[in-house]
Design a protein around this ligand. Structure first.
Ligand SMILES: NC(=O)c1ccc[n+]([C@@H]2O[C@H](COP(=O)([O-])OP(=O)(O)OC[C@H]3O[C@@H](n4cnc5c(N)ncnc54)[C@H](O)[C@@H]3O)[C@@H](O)[C@H]2O)c1
Length: 272
């Protein structure tokens, strides 16, 4: 019987690939024999090219392309470059996104201090920064009648977290978008086109470092609350996400679309 987990030779395109989670994820897919395309802002080019060099030094295949996930023309240029180099887009990881400090409502603030511009930016990046690349790259998947799109949801896709209003709005919307698009693509283009999401639990990364650690490096009260609500009793690590991504990307999940896989040490399932 065929190995349903074999993804050797598949073309993986990851937006936001130079972020905290990106390095682990792109290296993992490259190690599975995938051709990996790292998409990120021009300002991340140095990091992107360094990751590509590391992947190539390990015998893998990868390239970095500058982009802007809010710019259709830039993404269409990326698609042309990818098709020329690798011939297809098989797996799309929509990871560009995240929260921004000015959009937070601090404990001293109230709803009346909510920064609308910053909130709008967070919603825009996380929402349209997933929808626009999908519109562009799914065209190549439709032509092949096959493709796996994986969105990056969050614990705030299921229930809002204090302080991060805009992020929660966007990630809850992304859960709905994942389910909507799963139906839309399967109905219109066939069951080879699948859309799922992972919902990472809490990792200690740059995007949330100011919320989770004090300037001296000790954990904040918020961190203690998170860990207290996590059956594993700890933060997650980036390498704990790759198994779920691999499963959703490969033929082992060929009957699965419209799902959100929580990788959270039990946080979302837990009450007391
Ligand atoms: N790290 C976590 O704890 C965590 C938890 C849950 C969900 N997530 C989600 O996972 C995804 C990746 O998280 P991360 O921690 O690696 O984020 P990150 O902030 O470290 O990286 C995001 C990357 O996106 C890039 N980016 C920003 N705007 C862009 C744009 N307009 N065009 C192209 N690229 C752009 C940034 O340059 C950066 O490299 C995000 O969607 C995030 O919301 C992360």
């Amino acid at each position: 019987m065929a190995n349903l987990f074999d993804i050797k030779g598949r073309v993986v395109v990851m937006t936001g690939a130079c972020g905290v989670l990106g390095a682990t994820i792109v290296k993992y897919f490259a190690a599975q024999g995938c051709k990996v395309v790292l998409l990120d802002l021009e300002r991340a080019a140095e990091k992107g090219n360094q990751l590509v060099a590391e992947i190539k030094a390990d015998g893998g295949e990868a390239m970095f392309l500058p982009t802007n996930v809010l710019d259709t023309a830039a993404l269409e240029q990326n698609l042309a470059d990818i098709l020329k180099a690798y011939g297809s887009v098989d797996i799309l990881l929509n990871a560009a996104g995240g929260n921004m400090g000015p959009a937070n409502v601090t404990p001293e603030q109230t709803i009346f201090d909510l920064d609308i511009d910053a909130t709008r930016k967070v919603i825009d990046l996380n929402t349209f920064g997933t929808i626009i690349p999908t519109k562009v790259f799914a065209k190549a998947m439709v032509e092949n009648k096959k493709g796996s799109i994986i969105n990056f949801c969050s614990m705030s896709s299921f229930r809002p977290l204090t302080r991060v209003a805009g992020y929660g709005i966007a990630k809850a919307g992304m859960a709905s978008w994942t389910q909507w698009l799963a139906g839309e693509l399967a109905i219109k283009f066939g069951e080879g086109l699948r859309v799922n999401a992972i919902a990472p639990g809490f990792l200690l990364t740059n995007q949330n470092r100011t919320l989770l650690t004090n300037p001296d490096g000790s954990l904040t009260d918020r961190s203690h609350k998170i860990i207290g609500h996590t059956p594993f009793g700890r933060f997650l690590e980036p390498d704990e996400l790759v198994g779920a991504l691999h499963y959703l990307a490969c033929d082992a999940s060929k009957g699965v679309t419209g799902t959100i896989v929580a990788v959270d040490g039990g946080f979302n399932a837990f009450t007391i």
